[in-house]
Design a protein around this ligand. Structure first.
Ligand code: HEM
Ligand code: NAG
Length: 497
């Protein structure tokens, strides 16, 4: 060993001993160095926001109530706020003008999705904006029309027979319909996507439905919990981090069987001969791998099963909470349907049901966080720098609770969406399904199923809460994204006929 080397070894061992003896000093020194490095490496001229502390960034400002957090950030820093959540840069957008700029007029610049924490393979909808995404979005929109929108009424009406029979069996006892609603949606999805109509209490339906909810919850943790953005958190929170991929691999097994069945059938077929949406995807996007097709089908199922269930349950809860509103819909139904079960031909007489759904999502925006986008390259907004890796979050409550846009915005009032007897809302003032080129492809599906379900359930039942759960309006409104307490509320379904 040369003398320089042994000097270095000596020096290091001296230092180690010194820091070992003065570990508090060492820790402080480390934190200060880390902080200085973070500050030096941080991009310049970002939108304003809370100051960063080591490891936590600006996330110390966040609580478990995003509505309150947003309100405070907006008041303090203005329409564009940057917060380092651990080491991720989030940029919250609080104005209609800026949200429109990011999602519509400069939509092409801000179309990349935030996908790195999701346990899926390179799925169609997760691709960065570009030719590949455009092609796949076009295909999926066409297939959606052909295989879903053309059959949705029939399939939903069949499943509604099962659902109302099951609810009839509850004999006006207090029940939580959540699992039943999820089985109902899973039944519809299996019919629509795979041409398989299963009984509503089928074991596989139940399992797939439950896995869909699990994967949603597990991946939401990834999106939102600041804890998981902190460096080294994966060591501490390994269980939570691993969970999504475990759930996804269970789900894939169910979808893989369907994939294999189709593989032999599609030989030599052209797209117009496909008999369901999975077959069509396999023929039309033949360059996708097996796992990409499977994951695309799973992604298309999560919202259609889990989000739909939450949305519908929330609507039912509001109906129980506002008996007068429910009574009005009962009257409209009785007038328009002549004692027959309602279907889409009655929709124009029952605009109030569609309006109820819009108002439910306006006040209780269950999916807004999934509209987070990122710029496709380093760019600017309002003169501030927006780096490529920033996550932009449109804060829908800044529009949905703006009294200038929705007068008396705190009030639950479906009729605000009805003008001259017709449903009416401005696309760029309603964010629940997203806006711009990357907005939700399932919006019509979602609204049609919810319409048919509420019409049918109210045709047959009066829905009420137990007195205990007749909580105040404030609580209904400030639901938090992942506080599913609303979903734990039980309801009574009393037969009307
Ligand atoms: C409860 C009902 C639903 C709500 C509130 C909802 C909301 C949303 C939102 C906010 C986005 C993100 C928009 C953006 O990034 O700007 C989105 C995207 C999407 N949704 Fe929905 N959705 C619902 C149901 C559905 C259903 C039933 C399907 C499928 C059948 C679906 C399929 C999709 C797809 C494929 C995308 C990605 C579109 C793209 O990246 O181009 N959604 N949805
Ligand atoms: C819808 O309801 C009307 C009136 O009850 C009925 O005549 C029609 O056949 C129904 N349509 C479907 C698709 O069930």
């Amino acid at each position: 060993m040369s003398s320089i080397d042994s000097l270095a070894v000596n020096l290091i061992s001296e230092l180690v001993t010194y820091f070992y003896q003065h570990y508090i000093f060492a820790t402080v020194l480390f934190l200060i160095t880390y902080w200085i490095l973070v500050c030096l490496l941080k991009p310049r001229n970002l939108p304003p926001g809370p100051i960063n502390i080591p490891f936590f960034g600006g996330s110390w400002i966040l609580t478990s109530n995003p509505y309150n957090d947003f309100e405070r950030l907006w008041k303090k820093y203005g329409n564009l706020v940057s917060v380092y959540v651990g080491n991720k840069l989030m940029i919250y957008i609080f104005s209609k003008r800026l949200i429109k700029e990011v999602y519509i007029s400069r939509g092409d610049d801000f179309q990349a999705r935030v996908t790195e924490d999701l346990p899926f393979e390179d799925v169609l909808f997760h691709q960065p904006y570009g030719e590949a995404w455009k092609k796949s979005k076009k295909v999926i929109v066409q297939l959606h029309k052909k295989f879903i929108m053309n059959n949705i009424e029939n399939e939903a009406l069949k499943s509604l027979e099962d659902l109302s029979w099951e609810l009839q069996q509850t004999q006006s006892k207090l029940v939580n319909p959540k699992n039943l609603l999820r089985q109902f949606h899973t039944q519809i999805i299996f019919s629509l996507y795979f041409n398989e109509r299963k009984p509503i209490d089928d074991t596989e339906l139940k399992e797939v439905g439950s896995l869909m909810s699990q994967v949603y919850t597990a991946t939401s943790v990834h999106y939102n919990s600041w804890v998981l953005f902190v460096p080294f958190s994966s060591l501490i929170f390994r269980r939570a981090l691993n969970k999504p991929s475990v759930v996804v691999s269970k789900l894939r097994r169910h979808y893989e069987v369907r994939y294999e069945e189709r593989l032999s059938r599609i030989e030599g077929k052209n797209p117009s001969e496909a008999s369901d949406i999975m077959e069509a995807l396999m023929i039309e996007l033949g360059d996708l791998t097996k796992i990409q097709i499977i994951d695309t089908m799973i992604i298309l199922s999560i919202d259609a099963i889990h989000s739909q269930t939450i949305a519908l349950q929330t609507c039912l809860l509001y109906l129980a909470y506002y008996p007068k509103l429910q009574g009005e819909i009962h009257d409209l139904l009785d007038k328009s349907t002549d004692n027959q079960p309602p279907n889409l031909t009655h929709r124009q007489d029952l605009v109030l049901i569609d309006a109820l759904y819009l108002e439910t999502l306006r006040t209780d925006d269950i999916l807004s966080e999934s509209s987070s986008h990122r710029p496709i390259k380093d760019t600017t907004l309002e003169g501030y720098n927006i780096p490529k890796n920033a996550i932009l979050v449109p804060v829908s409550s800044s529009i949905h609770f703006d009294d200038g846009i929705y007068p008396n915005s705190e009030k639950f009032d479906p009729k605000r969406f009805i003008k001259d007897g017709k449903l009416s809302f401005k696309r760029d003032e309603y964010l629940s399904f997203g806006i711009g080129p990357r907005s939700c492809t399932g919006e019509q599906f979602s609204r049609t199923v919810v319409f048919l379900t509420i019409a049918r359930l109210l045709h047959q039942f009066r829905i009420s809460l137990s007195m205990k759960d007749y909580f105040n309006e404030k609580q209904l409104k400030t639901t938090e994204y992942f506080d599913n307490s609303l979903l734990d509320v039980s309801l009574v379904f009393s037969p009307r006929r």
